[in-house]
Each structure stands twice: as structure tokens, then as C-alpha cells.
Design a protein. Structure first.
Length: 545
């Protein structure tokens, strides 16, 4: 594992929502260029950018129609090259999103595949009708069937997401060569890595049997189509032909993986990827409709999962550390407490302390460093996310009351992590002078970067201290992990040990005082006012011995 990756901190930029440079209501590359010093000053040194390629935006850029250009609303290739150069001059690396499980149905590859033109004929997963209907009962991730019929070909194509996102056929070696070529295109420009979207979907079994019918009335494809028979083979081939030729960082978004999978995908011998995003801790508040729930998360389950990943990957693979991203609700609203300003501030600091002092590379979604929260729009039409809109329609049609479904939307809509960045208390939170593409969270007048930079006790300034400490601590980077107080229902505490030295981390995930604790060593970090013999609501304390 490269030292710069182990010591790196990733800041996730959702370009559409970060900063609008030309005041058309949409964030863009010029806006990001203007805020690079802000990211550097925070203490992050790697930027992960969500897709910036041309796209019809059915799934907000994850339906790509051209892999070798820039979406016009974000700017030009000249803008991107200026961004890359300035970032590098500031010591910041740039990681792009690689979306190659599927393309847009407006990509030329798909148009040629529909028309059965030459090598593109089998670029996608086509199947004949079965008894005049879909080839199997799979449902797509965004509701509805995972199959779409094309009369011109007389066949169905598979789309595990939107019908405008046809899945590529990775069994076809020509598909893989095209993917490797587009990767080299960007790497030769000087980018520093890729975040690989749903990368463990790319190997499907030859037979595509029906799945077990779930709450949405369709068969679940996940146990069948994930971590497929050639998954590791494809990643090793990608590594051999592309990744190993460059000094870069790679992280794979991998659904339904356990540490046992990561020992292959993110192994320290570097034969596949550097690390993966797993989702086990993203399911600790699921309900009968999956993620569409207003359940409070299961703290004991969360503690077991995070500890399990720390212990099983130690010395064998590398962890990614994240509470949220563009597909998840805000971490402080989900795992902390945003019911009061005091609790929001304390719990935002606490959950950051708990996660970012574990072993692995931290990922910070834009605004987490401010303690940005979920948003509760009144009308479903105020939401832009395809998953949110489709799920609302599907579940209300099945009888879930509007009020109940809106509670679930307020808790779990992907738009919670996509509201415009809150820069200051001026109109539109300083994001744009024009009406933003997505409404700003109304709490921007009190939660914003300008105010927090000035406040020494803010979430922002706590993040700066935390990340600076992490960067300079060999204990945090390389130390072993041991969970303590394993049976305690309020406290998440652990030890990190290396070469006879120890770091002790105590975090209270509840709104009550904890039991008496035996604090050891020298206090070095915390969101507390003074050290007592217990942790008060949402406090975190760190000691070094």
C-alpha cells in the first residue's frame, strides 16, 4: 500500500452541488477551482469527483453518453485541465468516478448495439423473450423490471439500474479493451485515480435465474449478479493492463461484500484495488421496505460491523472510512443527533472522531466538515433523485400512506447528501446567484462555512484538528485495533497500539451520560469542555499513552 494513500484524506465533491462558477444554478469546474484552497486548508489532499462526463442526467451523471469529454454544464476540457494543474500545485490529487458496469442508452456503443453493428452487437447483455415476456423476474434498483424490450432487435437488454442505463457485457473482451482505453485516456492526462461505481456487478453468471421475490414484487438479483464468477479475474486483468502502470489510488464501490471479499478486492499485495466501499454499516437502520424506513440505527450492530472490518483487514487489506456520500443520508442526521444545535455540533465531532481514528482512508462528503444535515422538503416534486421519485411512486401505489413515505424520504433520500454546499448566509447559501438546481437546506443561515471558519469551537475547526492529528500519528495509520467496552450500549471505544504506544478512543453515541470510565494517558483530542469520569451526551475523548 502506497504511503500517500495510507496517510491521505479524501474529500468528495458532488460537482453539481459544490460551487456554481457561472451563476446558472449548477455547480461546475470553475466553482471547484475557486474553492481548492478551502479543501487544502481543511486537511484533505485527495478529491473524489462524481461524474463530470456528458450525460442525459437520468441518474445525475451515472448514465454516461461519452467517456472522453466534459459535460457542458460543468465546463470544458480546458477547465478540467486547469483544475488538475491547480490542484496538483496545491498538493491535492484528483480521483474521478469510473462508471463501467453500464452506460447511457444514448451512448453510441448502445445505439450501434441496438442496430447490431459490427463488434458492438454484443457490447450489452441481450436476451430473447421468455414465453413472450422478460427473460427473468429481476427488478431494477430504481423499481420496475430490470429488463427493457427493444423492438428493433426483438430482444430485451438488462439494466440493473434505470432503463436508460444498459449493463455492459464484460464477458466480451472487446468491451474490456474499450474500458481500459478510456481509463488510460484520463490517466494520461494526469489524474490520480478512480472511484469505481458498483464495480462488483460487472461479472454476471452465464445463466440468469429468477431471484427471490422481495417487497417490490420483483426478484432480487443481488445474490445472483454480485461478486460473480469472473469478478476477481476482471479486476486483476484491469490492474495488470492499466492500474499497475500508474501511481494512483483506486476504490471500488462494492455492494453486499463482507471482509472476506475485501481480502481479495483490496488486498495489500496490490493485485486488484487499493480499497473498497462496503455497505454493511449502511444497513443498520433498514426496515421492511429496505432502506425506506425511519428506524433509528442499531448501535450494537454498527459497532460489531465496523470492528469486524478493522480486525479482519488488519495487515491483509485496507479499509475505507465513510459515514455518508452522494447516495446516503447525512452522517450527523443518521448516526448522530441533529435535534438541537448543541447535539448536532457535538455528535458531528463525535462520529468523525470515532471513524477517522480507525485504520483506513477517510472519506468526507462535502459539507460533513460543517455538520450539514438532512433536509425535509414538503413536496415529493422538490426531490430530483430518480430513486426517491420512483420509490415514492411505487410504494404509495402499493398502499404506503403519503405521510409515512415522506418520513422515509426525509430520512433516506439520496438528495439529503446532494443539497448545495452551504458557503455563507447570503441568498442560496453563497452557492449561486441563480436558483439552484436543487433547493438549499433552509438551515444554511446558521450552518455555513463562513461562520464556522471564524468559530474556534465549530465542527469545521474540529475537523481540521482531527485530520492534522491523524496525518501525524503512526498509531492511527498503522496501529492494531482492539474494541473495548464491547457490550456497552452507549459507548463505542477502542484502542490502537503500535510499538509499545497506545491510543484510546471513547465515543458516546447516546444523549445520556455514560457509566464511569477509566481514562488512561494524556488527553489529546475531544469535543468536551473538561474531562470527568464519564462521557456526557455525544462526547468523544481521545488519550495517548
Amino acid at each position: 500500500m502506497k504511503d500517500w494513500i495510507k496517510k491521505g484524506v479524501v474529500y468528495q465533491v458532488y460537482p453539481r452541488s459544490f460551487k456554481d462558477g457561472n451563476n446558472d444554478g449548477i455547480g461546475d469546474l470553475r466553482g471547484l477551482i475557486s474553492k481548492l484552497e478551502y479543501i487544502r486548508d481543511l486537511g484533505a489532499n485527495i478529491i473524489w469527483m462524481n461524474p463530470i462526463y456528458p450525460s442525459p442526467n437520468d441518474d445525475m451523471g451515472y448514465d454516461i453518453s461519452d467517456y472522453r469529454d466534459i459535460m457542458p454544464e460543468f465546463g470544458t476540457m480546458d477547465d478540467f485541465e486547469e483544475l488538475l494543474a491547480k490542484a496538483h500545485s496545491l498538493g491535492i490529487k484528483i480521483m474521478l468516478d469510473l462508471v463501467v458496469n453500464h452506460t447511457s442508452d444514448e451512448h453510441q456503443w448502445f445505439k450501434d448495439s441496438v442496430a447490431r453493428k459490427g463488434k458492438y452487437t454484443d457490447f450489452y447483455i441481450w436476451r430473447d423473450p421468455k414465453d413472450g415476456k422478460e427473460p427473468n423476474n429481476w427488478g431494477g434498483s430504481f423499481q420496475g423490471s430490470a429488463w427493457e424490450y427493444v423492438p428493433e432487435r426483438g430482444q430485451y437488454y438488462l439494466h440493473l439500474f434505470s432503463k436508460k442505463q444498459p449493463d455492459l457485457n464484460w464477458e466480451n473482451p472487446q468491451v474490456r479493451q474499450e474500458v481500459y482505453s478510456l481509463m488510460k485516456f484520463w490517466l494520461d492526462k494526469g489524474i490520480d485515480g478512480f472511484r469505481m461505481d458498483v464495480i462488483n456487478y460487472i461479472s454476471k453468471p452465464k445463466e440468469l435465474p429468477d431471484g427471490k421475490v422481495g417487497a417490490n414484487g420483483f426478484g432480487d438479483f443481488h445474490p445472483i449478479a454480485l461478486n460473480g464468477p469472473r469478478q476477481n479475474e476482471f479486476l486483476r486483468e484491469m490492474n495488470e493492463k492499466v492500474l499497475s502502470q500508474y501511481d494512483i489510488v483506486t476504490v471500488g464501490e462494492t455492494v453486499m461484500v463482507k471482509p472476506e471479499h475485501a481480502l481479495h478486492y483490496a488486498n495489500l499485495d496490490g493485485s486488484e484495488l487499493d480499497m473498497v466501499f462496503h455497505f454493511q454499516h449502511m444497513g443498520v437502520d433498514s426496515g421492511k421496505y429496505g432502506k425506506w424506513s425511519d428506524n433509528r440505527f442499531d448501535f450494537m450492530k454498527l459497532k460489531r460491523i465496523l470492528s469486524d472490518w478493522q480486525e479482519k483487514l488488519n495487515g491483509k487489506a485496507w479499509n475505507s472510512l465513510y459515514w455518508d456520500n452522494h447516495d446516503q443520508p447525512r452522517g450527523v442526521s443518521r448516526f448522530g443527533d441533529d435535534s438541537t444545535e448543541e447535539y448536532r455540533t457535538k455528535s458531528a465531532k463525535m462520529i468523525a472522531t470515532c471513524l477517522y481514528l480507525m485504520q483506513g482512508t477517510p472519506y468526507i462528503l462535502e459539507g460533513d466538515e460543517l455538520g450539514m444535515t438532512n433536509v425535509a422538503f414538503d413536496d415529493i416534486e422538490d426531490y430530483e433523485d430518480i430513486d426517491t421519485r420512483n420509490s415514492y411512486k411505487a410504494f404509495t401505489e402499493k398502499g404506503v400512506p403519503h405521510e409515512e413515505m415522506m418520513r422515509y424520504v426525509h430520512r433516506h433520500s439520496r438528495d439529503n447528501g446532494r443539497t448545495p454546499m452551504q458557503w455563507d448566509d447570503s441568498e442560496n447559501a453563497g452557492f449561486s446567484k441563480a436558483k439552484p438546481w436543487l433547493k438549499v437546506n433552509p438551515n444554511y443561515r446558521t450552518i455555513n462555512a463562513a461562520a464556522e471558519i471564524k468559530d474556534p469551537d465549530s465542527v469545521y475547526n474540529y475537523y481540521r484538528k482531527l485530520l492534522e492529528f491523524r496525518k501525524n500519528s503512526d498509531l492511527v495509520i498503522d496501529g492494531d485495533f482492539t474494541l473495548t467496552n464491547a457490550d456497552d450500549t452507549q459507548i463505542f471505544s477502542y484502542e490502537r497500539r503500535l510499538n509499545g504506544k497506545a491510543l484510546y478512543v471513547f465515543c458516546n453515541f447516546s444523549n445520556k451520560n455514560t457509566k464511569k470510565l477509566d481514562f488512561k494517558g494524556k488527553e489529546i483530542l475531544g469535543n468536551y469542555n473538561d474531562v470527568s469520569d464519564c462521557l456526557r451526551p455525544y462526547e468523544a475523548i481521545v488519550f495517548e499513552d
